[in-house]
Design a protein around this ligand. Structure first.
Ligand SMILES: Cc1ncc(COP(=O)(O)O)c(C=O)c1O
Length: 454
């Protein structure tokens, strides 16, 4: 690396997440300088089709001038005001009102934060506050799925069921418990039907609740589709059974829609797609189309009434962060929702699901592809050593990463999650761009297979 290059300067100055920090000193980064629609360009002028929306987030694509214009206008008018101590501003009010109207289940109030991690962290805090308020302070434990991803603050990393969040950090914290991931392809026993698999998982979950004691469990966190854990779509009936169990044992349900919110699945929220009626709902990413950091936590009337009573008793609701409901972020998010609605992005995604997922499913006949799964414009393609036996590759071969690197060589950016290739293109992608994505992916799969043969 030329020491004056952006690559070398990055290696000498920036710490990168989900990166081998030592190897990064030799490899340096791919430096992306600009974007338009689903395309990004690096500092050497190479163009890539960004099939991961950056990090599952730039839903309206790059270069959306309406969002830039709203941000500039709001910055000029009121760049900042806090939401503490009975103060407010129109941008937060308008966004909160809109979220309550489009929420997939009856919701009563909105709490704003800056990232999905923070909003999940706040949801943990609110679950604890809620159970204190209703006189059940022993309900403290939190349940989530193995392989789920809920973020990277201490609480949200503890909720996450992926080991890279925990290893080396001494996490999860005590009281954050993980149950089986509802992934039929990987979790089913030989000859087990999908419904038998679902029933087994739910029976195991109930046994776990009874073992821990329902009177010690505050909430269950779930994504409608487990995204960063490998794009796993739980089987039909799973969420019905899960919700019945949580109701029976009086455990709050928090739905993490950080990836699935805002039309990603072909519905405004994944909860609608999966028939989930949560007590709290977390959204971020697509909320502002990633043009600016903002997240929201919606809570239902049951939770709101209890926390309002408790804050009255304590004199104050002791939760705040400087940038909660930042006016610029709120205005951008409100505009993003206007675009999702006026251009009917849920319908657009439902229309594009056939060419996108259908095209990926055609790859299921490829010798490396074990399972293609997904919904709307969200998909996972799992690579396997043996299709018949569903035998995975040796982890050390890092086949997913090898294939993702070959994709990048062909101008396609996706993300390897273990040996699953995750795809989550901007919702503005056209049919022609989907065809291009599929062409490049097939080419990369063929090349990956060829490297294995030599
Ligand atoms: C489902 C889910 N929840 C929470 C988060 C954390 O959001 P953030 O990275 O904005 O903190 C993510 C991030 O990918 C996510 O996928």
């Amino acid at each position: 690396m030329n020491p004056a290059s952006l690559e070398a300067r990055d290696a000498q100055s920036v710490i990168h997440g989900l990166t081998n920090l030592k190897r990064h000193l030799e490899l340096g980064p791919t430096v992306i300088e600009r974007g338009h629609g689903v395309w990004v360009t690096d500092n050497h002028g190479r163009e890539y089709l960004e099939a991961m929306s950056g990090l599952w987030c730039i839903s309206l694509g790059y270069g959306e001038q309406r969002l830039a214009a709203v941000a500039a206008k709001q910055m000029a008018q009121l760049a900042y005001y806090p939401l503490i101590s009975h103060k407010s501003h129109p941008a937060a009010i308008e966004l909160a009102e809109k979220l309550l109207v489009i929420a997939p289940a009856p919701m009563s109030r909105v709490w704003f934060a800056n990232s999905g991690s923070e909003a999940n962290d706040c949801a943990v805090r609110l679950a604890w506050y809620y159970w204190n308020a209703v006189g059940k302070p022993a309900k403290r434990k939190l349940l989530a799925h193995r392989q789920s991803y809920h973020g990277n603050t201490i609480a949200s990393a503890s909720l996450s069921g992926v080991s890279y969040n925990h290893a080396g950090f001494g996490l999860p914290l005590p009281g954050f418990l993980h149950v089986a991931c509802p992934h039929f392809y990987r979790g089913a026993k030989p000859d087990e039907s999908e419904s038998a698999f679902t029933q087994r998982l739910l029976a195991d979950l109930e046994a776990r609740i009874l073992f821990e004691g329902a009177d010690t469990i505050a909430a269950f966190f779930t994504e409608p589709i487990i995204a960063a854990g490998g794009v796993i779509v739980p089987p039909a009936g799973y969420f019905d059974g899960l919700q019945a169990l949580l109701k029976k044992h009086d455990i709050l349900l928090v739905c993490d829609e950080v990836v699935t919110g805002f039309a990603r699945t072909g519905h405004m929220f994944g909860s609608t797609a999966m028939n989930i009626v949560p007590d709290m709902l977390v959204c971020a990413k697509g909320l502002s189309g990633a043009y600016i950091p903002i997240s929201a936590l919606m809570i239902n009337e049951r939770v709101f009434q209890a926390i309002a009573r408790q804050s009255d008793e304590l004199g104050v609701f002791g939760l705040t962060m400087t940038y909660c409901g930042h006016p610029v972020a709120s205005a951008v998010a409100r505009e993003a929702i206007r675009i999702y609605e006026t251009e009917d992005f849920p319908a657009r995604v439902r229309r594009l699901e056939a060419p996108f997922l259908g095209g990926l499913r055609e790859l299921a006949s490829h010798p490396l592809v074990g399972e293609v799964r997904g919904m709307g414009l969200l998909a996972g393609v799992e690579l396997v050593r043996s299709k018949v036996m569903r035998e995975p590759f040796d982890e050390n071969q890092k086949i997913g990463a090898v294939c993702a690197a070959i994709c990048e060589k062909h101008g396609l950016i996706l993300r390897a999650i273990g040996d699953t290739l995750a795809l989550c293109p901007p919702l503005v992608i056209s049919e022609a761009e989907i065809a291009e994505l599929l062409k490049r992916l097939r080419l990369a799969l063929d090349e990956t297979a060829a490297t294995l043969r030599v």
